[in-house]
Design a protein. Sequence first.
Length: 95
Amino acid sequence: MNTIIRNTKAGFIACLFLLLTASTLNGQQQQWVFDETTQRAYDLVLNLQAEEAMALIPDPRTAQDHYVLSLAETLELLMTEDAEKFSHYEDLFQS
């Protein structure tokens, strides 16, 4: 039963990530401008170094910061499938 719930949560996150990615491919892409720190964090996320990226943005203030942190959390959960981290991130999202 716990495995089914975990797989459902991972599937939901994967679908959400793909939906957000697909929504930017509709021909009306906007240019995101990152400051130097956010760009470094984004590059780390793309290199699958989520923890290092999250350490660079401890207090997100802009939409770009939130985007990079959300991407880092999503990729981290997809790679580790850690149920405790999922619950933690879910609590943070709901608060």
